[in-house]
Design a protein around this ligand. Sequence first.
Ligand code: HDC
Length: 749
Amino acid sequence: MLFPSICILRLASKFPNLYLVIPGIVRRRTSSTMVANLKFDDRVLVVTGAGAGLGRAYALLFAERGASVVVNDLGGSRDGAGKSSNAADVVVNEIKSKGGKAVADYNSVVDGDKIIQTALENFGRVDVVVNNAGILRDKSFARISDTDWNLIFDVHVKGSFKTTQAAWPHFKKQNFGRIIMTSSAAGLYGNFGQANYSAAKMALVGLSNTLAIEGAKNNIHCNVIVPTAASRLTEDILPPDFFAELKPELIAPVVVWLCHESCDENGSIIDSAVGWASKCQIVRSKGSIIRHSITDRVTPEAVQNNWRVITDMDKASNPGSIQEATAGLMEHLETMKRNADPNTPKNAVSMTTNINNKLIFVCLFTVGASVRNSDDLRFLYEGHEDFSPLPTFAVIPGMVGIMNSDVITSAIPGKTVELSRILHGEQYVELYKPIPASGELNSVIHVADVMDKGKGAVILCNVETFDERGEKVAFCQTSAFAVGCGGFGGKRTSDKSIPTFDAPNRQPDAVAIAKTNADQAAINRLSGDFNPLHIDPQFAAIGGYSQPILHGLCSLGFSVRHVLAQYGENDIANFKSLKARFSKPVTPGETLKTAMWREGNRVHFQTSVVESGNVVLSGAYVDFHKIVPSDIVQKLLSSSELQSEAIFSAMSEQVEANLDKVKKINGVFLYVITKNGKEAGKWRKVYKGDPESGVKADTTLTCDDDVMVDIATSKLNPQVAFMKGKLKIKGNIMLTQKLKDLMNAQSKL
Ligand SMILES: CCCCCCC[C@@H](O)CC(=O)SCCNC(=O)CCNC(=O)[C@H](O)C(C)(C)COP(=O)(O)OP(=O)(O)OC[C@H]1O[C@@H](n2cnc3c(N)ncnc32)[C@H](O)[C@@H]1OP(=O)(O)O
């Protein structure tokens, strides 16, 4: 098998979302409190092996619900020997004595067509087949004879096949059929001394899986029951106390429900006993690719190296169909084809990072987050409702993986790149979902390309990071500039390199300034990048620096924090992606100035060192999903005093987007007051409704009044905080002078 992954059967109850509660079964009620609405009037049922145990319980319950029942039982012993009509007759009489309809059938299930014939001759149709007949011939594997094997397969597998196949054309013709196959825990999990029986019981699962698919278009459903019941097959196998509780009548209702016309379940395995039921599924681990490219062989060592990931069942899932099970293979092949590109060096490593508050705090402190800024609390206090790492945090797992492997040092064919020559060259980050604040992140790192820049070389590393559920959290492209490692005859450019974009040629729209700390690099090492370049003067000297330089990720973190605060409401959910080039080193203690230009949802930025004027981050940008705040403010500014429903509906969208949060625009908290100002700060006067209990998110409130927009005096203004609905203003919209002055001041920054 090319892409091994292990398959196991697992109780769906381990996966809460897959747990199946069978109505009326899990919660046992007395018949007096239950309405018996699952009827089988005019339905004809065949139950094989119905002379005792489970089969008898099925026959009795179906008959009670109105079905005409063929009670099949060969009347043999539990190992399949002998024959008698007695068992079936007893059950038929029992049904008839209660006013039900039943007929006995004494055929072997291997002659299943004769059993179906009995149904047709006596009742004129067949609607349900419950394949229940079974025998045991338990022996340890070495002692199983051909007869032991064949008899077991004849009764369980061939018998179910013959009986079901005889009913099949009738099911198709009438566009209705229900089939039950009987498996066993011994089949699903194995059991000592039951190799023949286990194999046959698992064969029935396979048979049911395919019948469910083939029958679906004709409303023919096939399900497997995995009963643990007291029967003559189990009486001397199970402990007596437990045996006494395993009443077949507690399982029969599950089978009855599965066979009812209103039950949609098809192709499922239902485990049931003692008044409990559960759905079982085949689950598969996420697996691991075990050859790098399509041109590589798979080696046993590669399998060994990846075994932990191959067998990691934490992210196991049920593929649901053969199409789903194989769909991923195409994706794996595509990855391998991409990796077969001769320009793609063959290097890939996996990295698991444990995320915890400590790591997040360290990373945030080192990019200048401070409790002095109340808005930064979300980054520094795990109890904050919006506690989250910064987007640049997504780079750390890949960075640590890169620094602790030979992925870069061996990336240039025929050369070993010294760590002292490696500089962080460029960084791209794209988030697919917010970075989790705790748990494991798994990153796959591979060298996407290498460029020869003459004096230096650029090594592109692509890093995909997944959360514990296997969902992709981030894609990062980290490029290393290997000083003095060029001139090996490689290409100069790469189509795999994610481009930088220069900032617009105009004054920046906003600027933020922050001084780094002399110990900034020393603290930043705690994030996991222990490159001596940032701490060891001698090591730094080898690289040609007069003193240790700051981590690239640290200066980038400062700037991204500034951009996020200025345009992204400090909310990581607004962030989409970023790119930056490290164009000159920063020395710890220097002051960083981040200049920002807004172009739609993109904010270009350029970072320079105030003391030297050096541009240290260039071609940089952050893409946001949506930048609402300053848009609205700009629109409000340009059209104040004018009737503008459109403007305000944009603003009310913002309210809606924020739902129950305080609305904050460009660092300013706004709220709406009525025109005359008398109701300042009182949303409740603006709309009709019940303000005290809040307004539901799906409520649209209409205000006929003119309104004035002002700066909220407190960010926890309760009147603003409980605003959850959408507000449509029909009147004039105006800005207070205070707000206008503030916005003018901001635009001049
Ligand atoms: C996989 C990733 C792993 C990363 C691990 C990182 C571990 C960390 O611990 C390390 C760090 O954090 S180091 C600190 C952060 N980085 C820096 O300080 C680097 C600053 N940049 C420089 O000094 C120069 O740009 C310098 C020295 C890089 C280049 O300057 P020059 O040699 O003067 O180059 P120049 O003549 O301007 O250009 C030559 C060609 O190279 C391209 N280029 C320039 N800077 C680049 C950069 N930063 N990244 C990528 N490519 C870059 C130029 O475009 C040019 O190519 P072309 O002629 O084809 O356009």
